[in-house]
Design a protein around this ligand. Structure first.
Ligand code: SF4
Ligand code: SF4
Length: 376
């Protein structure tokens, strides 16, 4: 993800990065991990495929029931032990819906006891007052509310405003117990013109962080790129004028390059400092700074790249897979040697690298150009 707000507040971010860059994983604040020198990967863990909602479109491939082969409590506990030994800096739990797994908050408490940081993404429907307290007691300090679930339940597609309305009770309950939360929204041709209204509603709800995900399929790439440029122009101006808000975008690392190019014309010195931050972040983290474990224990370079499997934590230790996984991990870590086409020639490949899973899905080769790149 590209954190537009922290890039634009470059002076403050630089100071924080300098202070924490060489610290051990557990001592680096979670928003700075992407710039740190921590070698162990951030882990994105799909803890179950079970979800209590049946949405027409689910980016997590959820199902109404858990899979028989999901990791047992003992296996999940063992995995947490392995992550603690490796010094994993952050575990982000996804589902399905994580709260559908009865042992989820016990596993979160165990991870916390082991000194690990865990956050999770939820559809917000299961956060009762009691659950909010349990979340707090488990040591989880941040919950990401994916508005797609409740938005789609309204029967009006990805209606962000409906999703937000439906999530307010959960947001209030989390706030009451002192757990931070932000929202994830989906933007497409159906609502991109509503961004001012949507951001105003998010602000009014007292939320201080939102992540934007654009629908990146179903239309010609040129149209998607045009829409993204307009969306980014809005978000950059919005973030620059909203110091209290944290604005992040997902899945398109060319957004960092776009911010940089926009600033280069107006403030070259500031642009140079932003390019340093982007270089430290290193663009797409799949298999380099991040790894995904699915509900069956299979390891993938990232949550959206399930076609690529590195192994299974039931057969081989996580550390072993991460260190000696297979040639794809080695290639991702030496990405510049393997990139082809526009990404291969791009002078920004070190700080972006394009989306490798998208290249594989749409072009059949993960090292070809990212079809969603809108940067000329
Ligand atoms: S060409 Fe590739 S590396 Fe360059 S900005 Fe676009 S996606 Fe990133
Ligand atoms: S492969 Fe694509 S979706 Fe996965 S981390 Fe990289 S940019 Fe994100």
């Amino acid at each position: 993800m590209i954190n537009c707000s922290r890039l634009l507040r470059v002076g403050e971010t630089e100071r924080e990065v300098k202070k924490h860059r060489n610290k051990a994983a557990k001592d680096v604040p979670k928003h700075l991990i992407r710039y740190s020198k921590v070698y162990s990967p951030m882990v994105v863990w799909n803890i179950t495929r079970e979800c209590n909602l049946s949405c027409p479109v689910c980016h997590l491939g959820s199902a109404p029931t858990a899979d028989d082969g999901e990791l047992s409590t003992e296996e999940a506990t063992d995995l947490i032990d392995q992550m603690a030994t490796m010094g994993v800096p952050l575990i982000t739990v996804y589902g399905g819906e994580p709260l559908m797994r009865r042992d989820f908050l016990d596993l979160a408490s165990y991870a916390h006891e082991k000194g690990l940081r865990m956050i999770f993404s939820t559809n917000a429907t299961l956060i009762t007052k009691k659950t909010a307290k349990k979340i707090k007691n488990s040591g989880i300090t941040y919950v990401g509310i994916d508005l797609d679930g409740l938005a789609q339940q309204s029967g009006n597609g990805f209606d962000v405003l409906e999703g937000l309305k439906g999530s307010m009770l959960a947001i209030r309950r989390l706030r009451e117990v002192g757990v931070g939360c932000g929202v994830r929204i989906t933007i497409g041709e159906f609502n991109s013109a509503m961004l001012p209204e949507i951001t105003a509603a998010i602000e009014k709800a007292g939320i201080r962080r939102f992540a934007v995900c654009q629908v990146l399929e179903g239309r010609p790439w040129r149209e998607i790129g045009e829409e993204r440029r307009k969306m980014m122009d809005f978000l950059i101006d919005y973030a620059a004028n909203s110091p209290e808000m944290e604005v992040v975008t997902e899945h398109v690392y060319a957004d960092g390059v776009y911010i940089l190019e926009r600033l280069k014309r107006r403030d070259p010195r500031r642009a140079r400092r932003i390019s340093n931050l982007l270089r430290m972040q290193g663009g797409c983290p799949a298999g380099r700074k991040l790894i995904n474990i699915d509900h069956l224990g299979y390891l993938h370079p990232c949550i959206y790249w399930k076609e690529c499997t590195i192994g299974n934590v039931r057969d081989t230790g996580l550390s072993e897979l991460w260190t000696h996984g297979n040639t794809i991990l080695e290639k991702l870590r030496n990405r510049r040697e393997h990139l082809k086409g526009k990404c291969g020639k791009c002078s920004y490949s070190e700080m972006c690298g394009g989306c490798r899973s998208r290249a594989e899905r749409y072009l059949g080769d993960c090292f070809r150009s990212d079809p969603a790149c809108y940067f000329h």
